[in-house]
Design a protein around this ligand. Structure first.
Ligand code: PMV
Length: 301
C-alpha cells in the first residue's frame, strides 16, 4: 500500500493577521517567524471508500471535520477522485498552548498534493501554489510554507531574510484549549471601534518592523512588536461581546520582561498569539541565559 509523509512547521506572527474575508483572505498584511522546531507530520495512505482521520492531536469533532473538509478542498482543486486515511501528529506537547492549525493545515496540503501528484504522475506544485491552497484550511498556514521569516500580503506569502539568528522560546502560562477560537476572533473583532483603521496600523507597523530588522535596530523591533500584540489584544477586549486571554499571570511576566529590558537596555522581542502564552525571540547571545537564571519559576518550552 502506498504511503506519503510530510511535515510543516508552526509560525508566530509579529504583525498579526486579524479579520478575514471569504477563503481566509486576510484583511491586513502580516509578518511571521517560522518555528522550525515545532512541527506537524501528516501521513496519508490509500483508502477504499472514504477519507478518514486518525489523529494524535486530541482534536475536537469540529476540528477533525475541518481537517477533512480541507482534504476534500485539496482533492477538488486537484480534480482527484480517490480517498485517503490521514494520520497526524505534532512534535510539540499537547497542552503547550501552541496552536497547531498553521503547521497541520500546511502539512496536510503538502502531503496531499504530493500524493496526488505521484498517483497521477503530475508535476509537484510550487511552494507558492501550496501556500495558496493551505490558506483555505487556515490563513496562517499559508505562512508555514516559507521561512525563516514570512510576509503574507493580499493572500500571497513569501520568504524574507533578516540578518539575525533567532532562538525562539515559549513561556507557558496556560496550556488549556482556548475558549474563543481564532476563527471566532476574526469575526468578533469587526465589532470593535478600533477595527476601523486596523488595516492601516498593521501596514505601518509592518513597514517599520521590516526597516528596523533590516537595519538591525533590535530595540525598535521590540517596541513595534510590543505595540502590535497589544493592538490585537485591545481589539479583543473592545469587541462586542468582549473577550480576552491576558490575565494576571501573563501580565506579571510581561512586566518582568519590561523590567529586564529597562535594566539591560536589551532583551527579546516579545509577542502573544490569541492566547495567554508568551513567545520570546532572542538574538543568539548570552542575554537569554541571564533571563533564564532569574526566571526559574517559569515554564519554558
Ligand atoms: O490562521 P487562523 O485563521 O487561525 O488565524 C490566525 C490568527 C492569529 O494567530 C491570531 C494571528 C496570526 O497572524 O497568526
Amino acid at each position: 500500500m502506498a504511503c506519503w509523509v510530510d511535515s510543516a512547521p508552526a509560525n508566530i506572527a509579529l504583525i498579526k493577521y486579524m479579520g478575514k474575508e471569504e477563503g481566509n483572505m486576510p484583511v491586513n498584511i502580516s509578518l511571521s517567524y517560522t518555528i522550525e522546531r515545532f512541527s506537524t507530520t501528516v501521513e496519508l495512505d490509500d483508502a477504499a471508500e472514504y477519507d478518514y482521520l486518525e489523529d494524535d492531536l486530541g482534536l475536537t469533532r469540529e476540528q477533525r471535520d475541518r481537517f477533512l473538509v480541507h482534504l476534500r478542498y485539496i482533492k477538488s482543486r486537484m480534480d482527484f477522485g480517490g480517498y485517503f486515511r490521514v494520520r497526524s501528529s505534532n512534535n510539540f506537547p499537547h497542552g503547550a498552548g501552541i496552536a497547531s492549525s498553521a503547521s497541520s493545515f500546511a502539512a496536510l496540503t503538502k502531503v496531499a498534493c504530493k500524493a496526488i501528484a505521484d498517483i497521477e504522475s503530475r508535476p509537484m506544485l510550487s511552494s507558492r501554489e501550496l501556500s495558496e491552497i493551505a490558506r483555505h484550511g487556515s490563513g496562517s498556514a499559508a505562512r508555514s510554507l516559507f521561512g525563516p521569516w514570512c510576509i503574507f500580503d493580499r493572500g500571497e506569502a513569501r520568504s524574507v531574510e533578516f540578518p539575525y539568528t533567532i532562538i525562539h522560546e515559549l513561556i507557558l502560562i496556560d496550556g488549556a484549549r482556548k475558549k474563543i477560537s481564532s476563527s471566532e476572533a476574526h469575526k468578533l473583532v469587526r465589532s470593535s471601534l478600533l477595527f476601523s483603521n486596523r488595516v492601516e496600523r498593521a501596514h505601518v507597523r509592518c513597514q517599520r518592523l521590516i526597516d528596523s530588522l533590516t537595519s538591525q535596530n533590535w530595540h525598535d523591533a521590540y517596541q513595534i512588536c510590543w505595540g502590535e500584540f497589544w493592538d490585537m489584544h485591545a481589539l479583543f477586549e473592545t469587541s462586542t461581546p468582549h473577550f480576552g486571554y491576558i490575565g494576571g499571570n501573563t501580565m506579571h511576566v510581561l512586566r518582568r520582561l519590561e523590567e529586564f529590558w529597562l535594566q539591560h537596555k536589551d532583551g527579546p522581542i516579545v509577542t502573544l498569539d490569541a492566547g495567554p502564552n508568551i513567545h520570546l525571540l532572542w538574538r543568539d547571545d548570552d542575554l537569554r541565559k541571564l533571563f533564564r537564571a532569574s526566571a526559574s519559576d517559569l515554564t519554558f518550552i
